[in-house]
Write a protein that binds this ligand. Structure first.
Ligand SMILES: [Zn+2]
Length: 131
């Protein structure tokens, strides 16, 4: 008898939590009408990409977190400090080294997003976000 009651209580708790989430989501949509941001799943870590404008477009219309790509390139190119991976713009990353006199220089450029994907990503962000 006691178990059944607890079970039911849990169930109703779950339902109300779900309802709360949905209505919150809806009201947020109305409140922040200008922020209609798609939230795709990162191809590399399978977590939601909260900020699409800083995401990287992968092949086949997948997306990934900027940080996940940095992490991936670090292990792919066996980057050891003081070298580091940096984003250098236009969908390109680079392996950066430190000059003798200080400051970073580009050791090797890595084109991660193709120009086509970079352009597509930019269009996607532009068409899904309005400020
Ligand atoms: Zn990720």
């Amino acid at each position: 008898m006691q178990t059944k009651k607890t079970k039911q209580k849990n169930l109703s708790n779950n339902q109300s939590a779900e309802k709360k989430y949905v209505s919150k989501y809806k009201s947020d949509l109305f409140k922040n009408k200008h922020i209609v941001e798609p939230k795709p799943i990162c191809k590399l870590c399978n977590k939601v990409i909260e900020n699409i404008s800083s995401a990287i477009m992968e092949e086949d219309d997948y997306y990934s977190h900027f940080d996940c790509v940095i992490h991936l390139l670090n292990s792919k190119y066996n980057i050891m400090p003081p070298d580091k991976i940096s984003y250098v713009g236009q969908g390109n990353f680079a392996i950066m080294g430190i000059k003798h006199e200080g400051g970073y220089y580009i050791k090797q450029k890595i084109q991660y997003e193709t120009q086509e994907r970079y352009k597509k990503m930019k269009e996607y962000v532009d068409s899904n976000m309005s400020y």
